[in-house]
Design a protein around this ligand. Structure first.
Ligand code: SAH
Ligand code: SF4
Ligand code: F3S
Length: 469
């Protein structure tokens, strides 16, 4: 909210203080630089992180920074990091390493590392010791304090390392600098209480906290007015939305409330945990015409023994009954999933159960990962059975099975009439996405991004093609 002088106001005293830091930073920047200094912001990891970066960029904008995609033009570099797999962390360390030379050329360059990696004490310690040119590191729970950190560092404070633990309520009122126009992220909750035995997220993001429905609905309305045609509701486990809130609204209720907002837009959400995927939610999905006919429902494994060791709290029978029920209610729905290959103790027999489940569900797409031990999680201490070579062989086998299924689904989609949201172009031809998640090329059509059109899927040649109807 703006006051009479155009300054940001917040109900929350802590945020008001941050806005005043931002103002002071903008004054420093005006005296320090003759032109608007530029920030290079790079985001690793999940959509939740992408959404957080929109708010971090909002704060940077408030401080007087512009933005660049060129590292060499930047006066401030911010890496919003992910810790979910070792590979993700290695990439960040590599990219932070590259900044050493830039800092030597430009000692005024402000280097900031934040997000899930920064929240972990061992990583913070490693950066403190081995990357002396990193100016500021802060964790996920204090990200609204970016203006304070930048102000202090610009004012000569020693390097800042701040990653306290503990859930804080989602900070309402942080300004937002949206990346897209017609696609919008809308975080509805933070954190995770599930402690799947392989996963670092509960440690980097803390316990679940849901935003109040009024705040979510207010933001949804703002996004719609701002031109959003697709709103992606975000949370590590959206199905447990609302637990602990003042008002009784659960995720099914929230979907219905957003669906009832006026406007032509589509609602998507991720991620759904099967253990909290209720009949009430599936019915709500089926009755809300703006909610996509697609459910990302990560199964992780098709072996009950492995699911137990993963602490996923459902078995394959429960999972398959959800899929069946969803299909009864929404015959045209498509499923996607996440799968981990090579969890400790997994044998080829277990892996074959996963293949069987994939064939039974017939997913439209899979996000597949080889197990990566995350220090501090229970699975990191479990003995591994399969070798690296075996795991990658299984992985390839799974991709082959999945590729065939996806192709069969695409072929079966030929002849269907779908509503597409134009989201891309391919050699001058408009490309749209349907509510089921089909990506369809409209040959000979040039259409503005963000427009809804009705089309018929005409053929498949490795990609789906269609024509307007
Ligand atoms: N909250 C979401 C997932 C967030 S992490 C959910 O529960 O579905 C995204 C995916 O990364 C997970 O679904 C899992 O498949 C994968 N993942 C998480 N930790 C992993 C690890 N240690 N090794 C390999 N894959 C992992
Ligand atoms: Fe990780 Fe499990 Fe939480 Fe998803 S539900 S974020 S996989 S602990
Ligand atoms: Fe990565 Fe953190 Fe998301 S660990 S997957 S950025 S919640």
């Amino acid at each position: 909210m703006l006051d009479f002088n155009g300054n940001f106001m917040a109900d929350d005293a802590e945020l008001r203080e941050q806005f005043s830091f931002a103002l002071r930073v903008s004054e420093i920047l005006k005296t320090k630089y003759s032109t608007k200094p530029l920030a290079f912001v790079h985001t690793y990891g999940c959509q939740q992180n992408v959404s957080d970066s929109e708010r971090l960029k909002g704060l940077l904008e408030l401080m007087g920074y512009g933005f660049t995609e060129e590292l060499s033009e930047a006066q401030l570099v911010l890496y919003n990091t992910c810790a979910v797999r070792e590979h993700a962390e290695d990439r960040v360390f590599g990219n932070v390493g590259i900044l050493k030379a830039l800092k030597r050329e430009n000692p005024d360059l402000l280097i900031i590392v934040c997000g899930c990696m920064a929240q972990q004490p061992e990583v913070a310690e490693k950066i403190k010791k081995s990357y002396p040119y990193v100016d500021i590191l802060f964790g996920t729970h204090v990200r609204h304090r970016l203006p304070e950190f930048v102000y202090k560092r610009l004012n000569g404070s020693p390097r800042i390392f701040c990653n306290p633990d503990g859930a804080i309520p989602f900070k309402e009122g942080v300004p937002l600098r949206r990346d897209g126009t017609f696609k919008a992220w809308l975080p509805i909750m933070e954190g995770c209480n599930n402690f799947c035995s392989y996963c670092i997220v509960p440690y980097t993001r803390g316990r679940e906290v849901s935003r109040e429905p009024e705040a979510v609905l207010r933001e949804a309305k703002m996004l719609i007015v701002d031109g959003a045609k697709e709103i992606m509701l975000l949370g590590q486990n959206v199905n447990s939305y609302g637990k602990g809130n003042k008002c009784e609204m659960n995720f099914a209720g929230l979907l219905r409330a957003i669906n009832a907002l006026p406007g032509d837009f589509r609602i998507r959400f991720m991620t759904s945990h099967p253990k909290d995927c209720s009949e009430e939610l599936l019915v709500a999905m089926s009755e809300c015409e703006k909610v996509e006919r697609h459910l990302h429902l990560p199964v992780q494994s098709g072996s009950d023994r492995i699911l137990k060791a993963m602490n996923r709290v459902y078995d394959t029978e429960k999972y398959l009954s959800l899929v069946r029920r969803a299909r009864e209610l929404m015959p045209d729905i498509e499923f996607t999933s996440d799968i981990i290959v090579g969890f400790p103790g997994e044998t080829y027999e277990d892996f074959k159960c996963t293949l069987e489940l994939i064939k039974e569900v017939r997913y439209y797409a899979l996000f597949t990962f080889i197990f990566s031990p995350r220090p501090g999680t229970p699975a990191a201490k479990m003995p591994e059975v399969a070798t690296k070579a075996e795991k990658s062989k299984w992985f390839t086998e799974m991709l082959k099975v999945q590729e065939k299924i996806a192709e069969e689904i695409d072929k079966a989609a030929v002849g269907r009439k779908v509503r597409l949201l134009i989201e891309d172009e391919d050699n001058g031809r408009a490309v749209g996405r349907s509510s089921e998640n089909y990506v369809v090329i409209l040959d000979g059509e040039q259409l503005p991004l963000g427009e809804f059109v009705d089309a018929e899927i005409t053929h498949f040649d490795g990609k789906l093609h269609g024509k307007l109807i």
